[in-house]
Ligand binder design. Structure first.
Ligand code: PLP
Length: 472
């Protein structure tokens, strides 16, 4: 066994490596400087590997030949040309999976993104007059028609919409919020933090479980700029609780001349209760209640691209459009194209259930999912030597902080490995091609058809077969 020092001395110089026949293959295809950088990286990695071994002897099985190092460098170069953002198959059953990109878009929305990306467009150009136009115009008419609001605009995400609304309507003034609504969403969005960034001063009222109209009334003074209501999203209070309705807040605001804003979080345009889901206040409802500003996400229950949608009274929205932050928080043309197509889908509520993937996946019933699970289980029966395969009633989740208490009944395919460890199979599936993200429950792997897309069944079988090979 050679010592560490002997191994380190055997490592060829970069010049020798560049001149080696093994590097010539990479040099033919890739930029010379890039190849040299990757040769250096490969050498550094090798050196670190040798030095990390305990004692004086070098680690077993390391090759310090030019062929091995150049081969490693070629792998590094090739990896640079692979996209880092990769497709995954979502078998978790969590529809609005924030870590997996939240909503996937309808066919129409994808086509609109392509069009906007590949071509020049009338993004800020009024085709009729030839004069400068507004990027908000593309969705504002749709937003007005769908929600009944006087005006609308779109920014980067809902966090941005809340920030902009507070800055434009209550900078240097107090925003009154119930203590029961000072929520944190997903770890990076906290109402008190957003408030302090906006320049508005948080004025908490009530207790965690109970806030009364009188609490808001008592807090209103000369410095009051806004009455703010926040949808608690991923958080649910039960038991001895009271909160003030939006209608009551609007009435109070009107009496005292103070604007009222609601952060709806997810924001739905269709009444989900007609599909056996709990009633979620719709955007239309908030608008009809008379709120000055209502904000919601584009990529939660709406099923569109990441965006923060703002609807409300003309005067309040105009102040937001004019605020300097609006420029910093504005959306790009591809987002606008996707959002416009997504919103247009809602003009036909009967079709949106089929065409909008998020709405479809949230509303699909247990019996349909049982059929899909059966179909998937039959495909996977090719692997019956490796697994006990069953279909089981389970629960899927909406995700994205939406409908947190709602258990969506589903039927999953449960795979119980006969010999392999379930964690090893989960990891092999996750890191394979295409990546399949599944749930592990006790000693079984669960595949939820709710979020597996049409045509992906065959790929799940291929990925699982390969994973069995790799996980032993
Ligand atoms: C999700 C959520 C946000 C943040 O929305 P993004 O679009 O993710 O920025 C803000 N407020 C509430 C109540 C939410 O549920």
């Amino acid at each position: 066994m050679p010592t560490k020092n002997e191994l380190l001395r055997q490592i060829p110089s970069i010049d020798q490596l560049v001149a080696s026949p093994e590097a010539s293959r990479a040099l033919e295809r890739f930029d010379r400087e890039l190849v040299v950088d990757c040769l250096r990286e490969a050498v550094d990695g090798l050196r670190a590997q040798v030095l990390a071994a305990p004692g004086e002897e070098g680690p077993e099985g390391v090759e310090v030949t030019a062929a091995a190092i150049a081969g490693e460098a070629e792998t590094i170069v090739r990896r640079l040309f692979q996209p880092n953002l990769q497709r995954v198959i979502n078998a978790t059953g969590v529809v609005i999976h924030t870590n997996l990109g939240r909503s996937i878009l309808s066919v129409e929305a994808c086509e609109a993104v392509q069009m906007a990306a590949r071509n020049y467009s009338n993004l800020e150009f009024d085709i009729g007059s030839g004069a400068r136009g507004s990027r908000h115009s593309h969705v504002e008419t749709l937003l007005r028609g769908l929600t009944g609001a006087e005006a609308g605009m779109v920014v980067n995400n809902n966090a941005a919409a809340v920030l902009l609304a507070l800055a434009a309507l209550a900078d240097g003034k107090e925003s009154i919020v119930s203590r029961g609504q000072l929520v944190e969403i997903g770890g990076s969005f906290r109402i008190p933090d957003v408030m302090s960034q906006s320049g508005s001063i948080l004025r908490e009222v009530g207790a965690t479980n109970k806030t009364h109209l009188a609490d808001y009334e008592a807090a209103i003074g000369e410095r009051t700029g806004l009455l703010l209501r926040v949808h608690p999203s991923n958080f649910k209070m039960m038991g001895f609780t009271t909160e003030v309705s939006l209608e009551e807040l609007v009435e109070l605001g009107a009496k005292r001349g103070i604007p009222v804003m609601e952060d709806l979080g997810s924001g739905v345009l269709v009444d989900l209760s007609s599909y056996g889901l709990p009633f979620e206040p719709t955007v239309q409802h908030s608008v009809a209640s008379g709120a000055d500003v209502v904000t919601f996400s584009g990529d939660k229950l709406l099923g569109g691209p990441q965006a923060g949608v703002v609807v409300g009274k003309t005067e309040a929205v105009a102040r937001m459009k004019k605020h300097p932050l609006a420029r910093a928080l504005r959306v790009d043309k591809m987002t606008l194209a996707a959002l416009e197509a997504t919103l247009r889908g809602y003009l036909n509520p009967a079709r949106v259930l089929e065409d909008n993937p998020t709405v479809r996946m949230i509303t699909v019933g247990r019996d349909e999912l049982a059929r899909q699970a059966q179909g998937l289980a039959e495909k996977l029966s090719a692997l019956a030597d490796h697994f006990d395969i069953t279909c089981e009633d389970e629960i899927s989740r909406a995700g994205g902080g939406a409908l947190p208490m709602t258990e969506l009944p589903t039927v999953v395919v449960a795979l119980k490995p006969k010999t392999a460890r379930v964690e090893a199979i989960e990891a092999a599936l996750r890191t394979g091609t295409p990546h399949v993200i599944a749930r592990v429950k006790e000693d079984r792997l669960l595949l939820d058809p709710r979020t597996i897309q049409t045509g992906e069944d065959d790929e799940v079988l291929t990925a699982l077969t390969a994973a069995m090979g790799r996980s032993g």
